[in-house]
Design a protein around this ligand. Structure first.
Ligand code: SF4
Length: 165
């Protein structure tokens, strides 16, 4: 029996109302992946105990190091780093092959995040943890790249037909 590929997915992309404002960001093609993959829903900010609703957070560079601050200046970096480490542990425990994460989030953004009031190139705290651990990570805006990666992975992991089959 072929083992289905496990993919960690930002929970809000699957329709879970876990965003700071109580909303979600469901994406149809991401939800449809459940037909062929095992999806591992993750929400770093919920895991960090920030609750719903919660103040929005954003990266700020202060005295040479990055903080992830609420509008009142409370730094959530330590909580998010701990949550990201737990998520990495879950991913390695279940053998997650990759991650599909919400772009522009301070936790999940893969290519862009908001920092110091602007949209900049960069990774959210959890995306950065997963990428640095070698887990291929894509955003919901990288549909083609993700599907191409998944297809190539599936092709190489499928058992080869034997001559006498
Ligand atoms: S982007 Fe990430 S942290 Fe934000 S709500 Fe979605 S899953 Fe949670």
């Amino acid at each position: 029996m072929t083992r289905r590929t496990v993919i960690a997915v930002s929970s809000c992309l699957l329709g879970t109302p876990c965003r700071y404002d109580g909303g979600s960001k469901p994406v149809e093609w991401v939800q449809a992946l459940a037909d062929e993959c095992v999806l591992l829903p993750i929400c770093p900010e919920m895991l960090a105990g920030m609750g719903v609703p919660r103040p929005p957070i954003e990266h700020h560079r202060r005295h040479g190091s990055w903080r992830v601050e609420t509008p009142t200046g409370e730094d959530k970096m330590r909580h998010l780093a701990a949550a990201s480490q737990k998520i990495l542990h879950w991913c390695t425990s279940v053998g997650a092959a990759g991650a599909l994460l919400k772009e522009r989030s301070p936790s999940c953004g893969v290519n862009t995040i908001h920092a110091d009031g602007a949209l900049v190139k960069g990774r959210g705290v959890t995306a950065n943890r997963l990428v640095r651990a070698g887990i291929p990570s894509f955003s919901e805006e990288q549909r083609e790249q993700f599907l191409s990666w998944l297809g190539a992975r599936t092709a190489t992991s499928e058992p080869k037909e034997q001559p006498n089959d």
